[in-house]
Design a binder for this molecule. Structure first.
Ligand code: ADP
Ligand code: ADP
Length: 232
């Protein structure tokens, strides 16, 4: 079964100016271990798709299944629990807590699920993103690329089934972007995790194994890159 399945997902926003149909019945399978870039013009529904897929927003109609679990059947508490255990988030803004050390920022998602993070586990993911030597630093002491790698380590610590990334390289230079994209691809290739990434950047999309094009709230097309190795 797919890691993530959107079935007829529709989202209508009501506003003073009238109703806006952000998604008009999107059906799509995200296979386990796939890395999908979601592309399309501004306003085509990319962010809404990500929000609905992650259960951060409720579709007006349609269903989202994550690991076979129907998000629409869950209450807020269960949804939060599922999100903390099964989903990882990486956004353009790193959203690190400035008062916490790098170590504590990475350990936080485990603490939120009620687990006591093992020191070695935290250091292992920091090592994975090449920042084991920064554990005691605070975010402000790091470069933007390093902060984004901390954000990825924080997303990796719970070993989520699905990563949601919204313009993860939007604020980074191209060399740093490639590092970040390489880490996401490693998550799919080595650990079988599934990545759904919204991006405008064709270079970022080239790291994906598949591109999903949205246009006006509909799937306008989808492109399979074949194996990621072919595009390296
Ligand atoms: P199934 O996965 O149920 O055998 P398909 O592989 O035909 O069926 O895909 C069903 C849906 O999943 C498609 O409508 C599309 O949204 C998405 N999808 C899965 N694989 C692909 C692919 N290779 N190219 C484009 N879309 C795909
Ligand atoms: P994209 O991420 O591709 O730029 P969005 O998902 O942000 O697209 O938006 C899709 C459409 O839904 C746009 O027309 C946008 O203006 C509208 N929209 C998004 N969020 C809201 C909201 N909270 N209230 C009203 N309209 C919204």
């Amino acid at each position: 079964p797919p890691a993530l399945l959107l079935d007829g997902v529709t989202k209508t926003y009501e506003s003073k100016a009238g109703a806006v149909q952000a998604l008009r019945g999107v059906t799509y399978h995200f296979q386990q271990g796939s890395f999908t870039a979601v592309m399309g013009p501004s306003g085509s529904g990319k962010s809404t798709l990500l929000q609905c897929a992650a259960g951060l927003d409720q579709p007006t109609a349609g269903t989202v299944l994550l690991g076979g679990i129907r998000l629409q059947g869950l209450g807020e508490v269960e949804l939060t629990k599922l999100r903390r255990k099964q989903m990882g988030f990486v956004f353009q803004a790193y959203n690190l807590l400035p008062s916490l050390t790098v170590f504590d920022n990475v350990a936080l998602p485990l603490r939120l699920t009620g687990l006591r993070p093992g020191r070695q586990d935290v250091l292992a993911v920091l090592d994975q993103v090449g920042l084991a030597d920064k554990a005691k630093r605070r975010p402000a002491e790091l470069s933007g690329g390093q902060q984004q790698r901390v954000a990825i380590a924080r997303a990796l610590i719970t070993r989520p089934a699905v990563f949601f990334a919204d313009e993860p390289t939007g604020a980074l230079d191209s060399q740093t972007s490639r590092q970040i994209l390489g880490l996401l691809r490693e998550a799919t290739d080595r650990a079988g995790q599934t990545v759904v990434m919204v991006t405008h950047d064709p270079v970022a999309a080239a790291y994906a194994s598949r591109v999903l094009f949205l246009s006006d709230g509909l799937v306008a097309g989808s492109l399979d890159h074949g194996t990621p190795a072919q595009i390296a």
